[in-house]
Structures are given as C-alpha cells and as structure tokens.
Design a protein around this ligand. Structure first.
Ligand SMILES: [Zn+2]
Length: 84
C-alpha cells in the first residue's frame, strides 16, 4: 500500500510545458513523451519530443536545470557518454 506511517503521498502526472519551433504551438507534455539525452558536453546534452500538432521532431539543448527538472519528473534519460 502507498500509506506510510499514516501519510499517503499522491504523485500526480508531471507535465512539462513545451513549444514547437516549427508550428509555434504550445502544449504540455507528459514525462513519457519526452526524451533526455545526456552527453559529455553541453552541446550533446539535449531533450527531444515529437510535436503533437505538426508531428515534427524537436530537439532542444538542455541546461543543468532542465536536466534536473526532467530527470526529477521521470523523463527517460539516455546517457550518451559515460564518465568513468
Ligand atoms: Zn509543431
């Protein structure tokens, strides 16, 4: 059960606001609609999604805060470069 010591924690679906550079529409995406790729440098760290309006694949650079936000929200993360 999800009740722990009398306290139940409900986690709602996390939605991320995004905008499409192609058709300029704005929408909210669930964590499952986003992908995050973390590379070895800032240039190779980005998040991507498919625009629900026009269907184009959008890829945007992800800064540290965005990476934190997305990983915290349960977005699937792909590590392109493993640091040893
Ligand atoms: Zn679009």
């Amino acid at each position: 059960m999800s009740v722990l010591n009398g306290i139940s924690v409900s986690v709602g679906p996390v939605l991320f606001k995004a905008a499409c550079p192609d058709c300029r529409s704005r929408f909210e995406l669930a964590a499952g609609a986003l992908r995050l790729a973390i590379g070895g440098s800032r240039r190779t760290t980005f998040y991507s999604f498919t625009c629900p309006e026009c269907g184009s694949a959008v890829r945007k650079p992800a800064g540290e805060r965005i990476v934190e936000l997305l990983t915290g929200g349960g977005v699937r993360t792909l590590r392109l470069h493993s640091t040893v």
